[in-house]
Design a binder for this molecule. Structure first.
Ligand SMILES: Cc1ncc(C[n+]2csc(CCOP(=O)(O)OP(=O)(O)O)c2C)c(N)n1
Ligand SMILES: [Mg+2]
Length: 353
């Protein structure tokens, strides 16, 4: 990638704080998510993936910076634009791609699809399709941590469109009232489907809502992975050590449509191009090259590795079997409930299982 005099870079102070090794890792993670999703888009076009599919392309700096500030014991939960978060929380590219194709080898055994990636072993609790519906779950995870005095933190991502759901207000009120160790991150990508923020919200400075709950609020440039990392590190520390929640507005932009079926006619090409000038991957790349923290060959090598991982995932997923019909009712609910349902509805499943 050619470096020009005007090339935008990440914030200097936050870059120093993050350091060489971590920033190299962040770039590789963003490249993997980007190349994985580009491949997923091609698989969708070819018909091997169907149903809902919301890409995260353009927003990678938010998940990578944020999750890079957490410890493995911390809990993570997000909405339906979840492929990147899943990849960062231990779902392999193969498991995510297989889930997209509805295969048994998928992260949710092919039952959930794009919107329902899970990896509870690494405390990644989904992947949720109901807008705002998972925010109370996050408050519940944080409540459990506080109740059991575990010292772990819950990080909850949601879109700015979810912020005007009642569940948001109820959840943040209790988190503050009960001093819960939660970090709420609004991924403000400016649109809720085709509706711009200006047509849906009475205020544009979303972190201001923190004041209503008596908690800290912060705005961060979500296109700069170093700033996101520093911001979430502060909030996670506040949660862990002071038992106080934080509301963060990460300003970002999705480069693709809302979902695969959205031609995104509600915005101009100029608007999208302007935002692409602040592509989080380009910013991190320029920063690494300018500081000589990475060479152009290394950056290209990582990118090639990301493409290879995505291609391998697609091949693996395409070759994997579909769930069997007799098994379809399992793994949808928690096991005891699923067995009760099986008892009531499909006795043959019990025999086979
Ligand atoms: C309760 C509910 N209402 C409506 C929908 C339909 N819907 C799906 S995505 C979406 C927009 C959400 O936008 P935002 O929260 O900003 O997230 P983004 O898609 O930008 O990541 C809507 C209205 C839904 N899934 N759930
Ligand atoms: Mg949005």
């Amino acid at each position: 990638m050619a470096k020009t005099e005007q090339a935008a870079t990440c914030d200097a102070e936050a870059t120093e704080q993050v350091g060489r090794e971590k920033l190299r890792g962040f770039l590789q993670q963003m490249q993997l998510i980007r190349r994985f999703e580009e491949r997923a888009a091609r698989e969708y076009a070819s018909g091997r993936i169907s149903g809902f599919c919301h890409l995260y392309i353009g927003q990678e700096g938010v998940a990578v910076g944020a999750l890079g500030a957490l410890e493995p014991r911390d809990h993570v939960i997000t909405a339906y634009r979840d492929h990147g978060h899943a990849l960062l929380r231990g779902c392999t590219p193969r498991a995510v791609m297989a889930e997209l194709m509805g295969k048994v080898t998928g992260a949710a055994r092919g039952r959930g699809g794009s919107m329902h990636m899970f990896n509870p072993e690494q405390r990644f609790h989904g992947g949720h399709g109901i807008v705002g519906g998972h925010i109370p779950l996050a408050t519940g995870f944080a409540f459990a941590s506080a109740y059991e005095q575990r010292g772990d933190v819950t990080l909850c991502f949601f879109g700015e469109g979810a912020m005007n759901q009642g569940a948001f207000y109820e959840s943040l009120n209790l988190a503050s009232l009960w001093n819960l160790p939660a970090v709420y991150v609004i991924e403000n990508n400016q649109y809720a489907m085709g509706t711009p923020l200006s047509r849906a919200s009475a205020i544009s400075d979303l972190a201001m809502k923190a004041t209503a709950f008596g908690m800290e609020g912060e705005v961060v440039d979500g296109m700069d992975v170093t700033l996101v990392n520093a911001c979430i590190a502060r909030a996670a520390k506040r949660a862990r050590e002071e038992h106080r929640p934080t509301l963060i507005e990460a300003r970002c932009y999705r480069f693709r449509g809302h979902s695969m079926s959205d031609p995104a006619k509600y915005r101009t090409k100029d608007e999208v191009d302007e935002r692409k000038a602040h592509d989080p991957i380009t910013l991190a790349t320029h920063t690494l090259l300018e500081r000589k923290w990475a060479s152009e060959d290394e950056v290209k090598g990582w990118d090639d590795e990301a493409k290879d991982a995505a291609a391998d995932a697609a091949e693996f997923a395409a070759d994997s079997p579909q769930p069997s019909l007799s098994d379809l009712g399992r793994y949808v609910y928690a096991e005891p409930l699923s067995w009760r349902l099986d008892d009531a509805m499909t006795p043959h499943v019990r025999e086979e299982g």
